[in-house]
Design a binder for this molecule. Structure first.
Ligand code: GLC
Ligand code: CA
Length: 501
């Protein structure tokens, strides 16, 4: 069987490009308006041709979809809307045939309230010992983190929506049961896991109140979430024990990517057990050279090794890149993400320059994230962009993309898709490590990759001088700065290049 191996430069994922598929929005094959596993298999050539190394599937388990599948009702099956276990096996095989690894999303912190465990094994969850909330903790999307069980009236903890009761990760039976689920998928051939929200696995054992937040009051949309410093409701000091159990379940050769919402400086206890953790500080940094430099430097020094960063500028939880960094900076954002050292995650549609669409009607996600989850645009001339059949009703409408769909962008050398492909190909030649260039104009972000390459990006909204840097390998705007020409002395706003010294 096809199997990964260690290359002389480290494990396969060290500098991997991982393509995030949001299954509900990728490709529908049965006309029900929702993407499915056979659809993903049918579109794998797109991912392989992009040059990605692996695919991460957002959850496809049976789920009432209170949180887009992050409310899992059975860790060891496939939701009928996505297909069957047989389809999963076929998808894993199809990925491996193309040299792509496959990562499943595992949501260990909570289950769906409809998971049979909640009724049959209530002891596996976290319960208040009062007739009401145990403390002042608040849920990630707002409101109290405690709700009464509709059947018994007992109050349980939920770090996210009320439909997502938290498992008690201090319990051996919980560790064993989730570990068993990971092995279930390993035996089917998956290559690793993205671990959801693992900073929430363990809370203060005494369940003390979170203290009030310092600093200015939060913006209205985060009013309650921003009022507390969440130092008790997550990231407990013994987190390593829970992570050790997850690692022990899968062994050392399985990639574990952690979603950890903590500053890089606090990631060390996580990186002792997972292979890498998302660098969310860069995602949250403003599009501004100094702030981005600080975030990159922090992520590269998390008290671990540089190879432990998983760069991410976009995923299903946040406004898409044009809406966050501005449409004029999207090409430079691609250059940045794809030339940093370490694994990088690319969210489906980013390779087209896709922007947010309207919120769903009716909204499917109470936290307002429908806008970031519109269907992949395969062909702008096809009904529903090629996502689903002509007569079908897509769960969210297909939306236009400035440069067109995959079919349109394939044939244009200056398309966003061509930029992604070229950069993914070029990143293979980049040497190890990253060193910032200090002597650069304000608003310019510049770094060396190994001895041979330099990346320069103008993050300001005016033309800026660029440091001399050899010969252009790929610029964000190839017509103005063609490959093979000397690196330009000035860059316009939103422009950048990768050059060979
Ligand atoms: C992660 C997921 C997000 C989900 C949350 C709760 O942050 O990315 O989509 O809502 O966990 O599981
Ligand atoms: Ca379908």
């Amino acid at each position: 069987m096809w199997r990964m191996s260690e290359s002389p430069t480290g494990p396969w994922w060290r500098d991997a490009v991982v393509y995030q598929v949001y299954p509900r929005s990728f490709q529908d094959t049965n006309g029900d308006g929702e993407g499915d596993l056979p659809g993903i298999a049918a579109r794998l050539d797109h991912v392989a041709q992009l040059g990605a190394d692996a695919v991460w599937l957002s959850p496809v388990y049976p789920s009432p979809m209170a949180d887009g599948g992050y409310d899992v009702a059975d860790y060891e099956d496939i939701d009928p809307r996505f297909g069957t276990l047989h389809d999963a096996d076929a998808l894993i095989a199809a990925a491996h045939e193309r040299g792509l690894r496959l990562l499943m999303d595992v949501v260990p912190c909570h289950t769906s309230i409809e998971h049979p465990w909640f009724a049959e094994h209530p002891e596996r969850y976290v319960w208040s010992d009062r007739d009401g909330p145990q403390n002042n903790w608040i849920a990630s999307f707002g409101g109290a983190a405690w709700s009464p069980d509709p059947r018994t009236g007992r109050w349980y903890l939920h770090s996210f929506y009320p439909e997502q009761p938290d498992l008690d990760w201090r319990r051996e039976d919980v560790r064993a049961a989730v570990g068993q689920a990971l092995r279930f998928w390993l035996e089917r051939g998956v290559d690793g896991f993205r671990l959801d929200a693992i900073d929430r696995l363990l809370k203060d054992p005494q369940r003390r109140d979170d203290p009030p937040a310092e600093g200015p009051p939060p913006p209205p949309e985060h009013a309650d979430v921003g009022t507390l410093r969440q130092v008790m409701s997550r990231n407990a000091p013994d987190i390593g024990d829970a992570l050790h159990a997850l690692r022990a379940a899968v062994g050392d050769d399985t990639l574990l990517v952690g979603e950890v919402y903590l500053p890089a400086a606090q990631l060390a206890p996580y990186l002792a057990h997972v292979d890498c953790a998302f660098a969310f500080e860069l995602l949250h940094a403003p599009w501004e050279a100094a702030a981005m430099r600080t975030a990159i430097a922090a992520a590269l020094d998390p008290g671990g090794a540089a190879g432990q960063v998983a760069w991410v500028l976009s995923n299903h939880d946040f406004p898409r890149l044009p809406d966050r960094v501005g449409a004029d900076n999207v090409r430079a954002a691609a250059l940045l993400a794809l030339t940093l050292p370490g694994a990088v995650f690319v969210y489906q549609g980013d390779e087209l320059g896709m922007a947010d669409g309207p919120g769903g009607e009716p909204p499917r996600d109470r936290a307002g994230r429908d806008a970031h989850r519109h269907p992949m645009l395969w062909d702008e001339t096809a009904p529903h962009g090629g996502f689903t059949a002509a007569g079908a009703e897509p769960w969210l409408p297909a939306i236009a993309v400035d440069g067109g769909g995959v079919a349109q962008q394939l044939s244009r050398p200056d398309s966003m898709l061509a930029l992604y492909r070229d950069l993914i190909a070029a990143r293979r030649a980049l040497g190890p490590g990253l060193e910032f260039l200090d002597d650069v104009a304000d608003g310019v972000l510049a770094y060396r990759r190994g001895p041979d390459h330099v990346v320069v990006i103008n993050t300001s909204n005016v033309p800026r001088p660029a440091p001399a840097a050899g010969v252009v390998v790929r610029a964000t705007h190839a017509k103005r700065h063609p490959a093979g020409t000397p690196s330009p002395p000035r860059l316009g706003p939103g422009e950048g290049f990768l050059a060979n010294l």
